[in-house]
Write a protein that binds this ligand. Structure first.
Ligand code: UDP
Length: 240
């Protein structure tokens, strides 16, 4: 199948991708390796926006499950995403990639606020823009933040980096005969509750016609491969 050609993409990484083989927090080597993937994509000429989750540090739902106020816990989760964004900014700048972090929660001493027009200028100057703090409100996730920024920045696709190489009809880690989809429709993903991203993120992409490309980001060189139309991935798009 010929894949669509993209120019500007939003790459969503879960916080867990920054843990490496650890159980918690930020592993510098893992961040450096992901930064290398991002640089390779940038060097291919793609315009890149990045959204990184916070699950390696704190998730609001986990705090709420242990009795915390959900909104309070969610704000902690959003702050965790800012720490991850700064770690990625550091790793990218160490390999010569200019970046800007824009946070949905203002923190002037640390990074810029989200300003779409300024983000456009950064992309034009070949900077990678890292959007932090999700949508800036509790009861959301960074998946939805990623879909929102992808729409706002008119990205051609949302790339969701995971630890599997696409979407399967069953869990490939448990079912040996699980079949991977090359493409699948938004409505099917929602109806079958295929845990690609949360439902609000999938619906936002569907309503704004932004394909979601699910691929394995842990495999070195894979982001560049998939961007070049090769490599293994599943594309969620309309009309499948
Ligand atoms: N969060 C939030 N609003 C947002 C984005 C994130 O409240 O718009 C909080 C929420 O508590 C979430 C945490 O930040 O659990 C970390 O984000 P997420 O779980 O999406 O990270 P990931 O699973 O991608 O690592």
């Amino acid at each position: 199948m010929t894949r669509p050609r993209f120019n500007r993409i939003l790459l969503k990484l879960s916080g867990e991708a920054l843990m490496g083989s650890g159980q918690f927090g930020i592993d510098q080597d893992a961040v450096a390796s992901l930064a290398g993937e991002v640089k390779a994509a940038r060097d291919q000429g793609f315009e890149l926006c990045l959204v990184i989750g916070g699950g390696n540090i704190f998730r609001g739902m986990a705090g709420a499950a242990k009795g915390m106020d959900r909104a309070q816990a969610d704000y902690m989760g959003m702050l965790a995403t800012v720490m991850n964004a700064l770690a990625m900014q550091n790793a990218l700048e160490q390999i010569g990639v200019e970046t800007r972090v824009q946070s949905a929660i203002k923190m002037d001493q640390v990074c810029e606020p989200v300003i779409r027009r300024r983000a456009e200028r950064h992309l034009a100057k070949r900077r990678v823009v890292i959007f932090a703090a999700g949508v800036g409100s509790p009861y959301f996730t960074t998946d939805t933040g990623a879909a929102l920024r992808a729409a706002e920045m008119k990205c051609d696709a949302l790339f969701k980096g995971t630890s599997v190489d696409g979407i399967y009809d069953a869990d490939p880690k448990k079912v040996a005969s699980a079949k991977r989809y090359d493409t699948i429709g938004f409505d099917r993903v929602l109806a079958d509750d295929l845990k690609v991203m949360d439902a609000s993120a999938v619906a936002l992409c569907r309503d704004n016609d932004i394909p979601i490309v699910v691929f394995n980001v842990r495999q070195p060189g894979n982001l560049a491969e998939v961007l070049a139309g090769r490599g293994t991935a599943t594309i969620v798009q309309d009309g499948e």
